[in-house]
Design a protein around this ligand. Structure first.
Ligand code: DQA
Length: 148
């Protein structure tokens, strides 16, 4: 199973930005961690990151054209207002899990709403980088159940 993990704006700043909220692991270590844990579960993981909305949309489209099985996305602040990312996820219609490192429901009010989660199977929020691993496991379970 090929999974594309898409990280949005400012997630390249992990390990530097607001460590009390997002932790001390930097982005390259997060990528290593996701790939390692994914490989242990026999998944082929590709991690991409962009600070630009259109590039994130292009990643979502390429997940479809390159025949990925599923998407894991942390859209960063785009979560809260990007209808274009929502539309892209709906367009490709691949199983998708939304991940947030922090518990967005416990933070400022503007973070409580996700416009992108409605295009996903579900959302994992508040478990730090382990959230990406939970998302892989959730996708595995979802795909097994839908195959029957
Ligand atoms: C985030 C939460 C968003 O509200 C924020 O804008 C981010 C990171 C998270 O992973 O907790 O950039 O998606």
């Amino acid at each position: 199973m090929k999974i594309m993990v898409i990280n949005g704006p400012n997630l390249n700043m992990l390990g530097i930005r607001e460590k009390n909220i997002y932790g001390v692991m930097d982005y390259s270590d997060v990528v290593k961690y996701i790939k390692n844990e994914g490989e242990k579960l026999s998944y082929d993981i590709t991690c991409v990151q962009s600070n630009i909305e259109g590039e994130i949309i292009n990643f979502i489209h390429s997940a479809y054209f390159d025949e990925y099985t599923a998407i894991i996305i942390n859209p960063g602040a785009y979560t809260h207002y990007s209808l274009a990312i929502y539309d892209a996820l709906k367009a490709v219609n691949l199983p998708c899990v939304e991940v947030h490192l922090s518990n967005i429901h416990k933070r400022e009010e503007f973070r409580h709403k996700s416009v992108t989660a409605a295009a996903c199977i579900g959302q994992i929020s508040g478990f730090g980088v382990y959230g990406y691993i939970l998302a892989i496991k959730a996708l595995e379970n979802y795909i097994q159940e839908s195959v029957g």
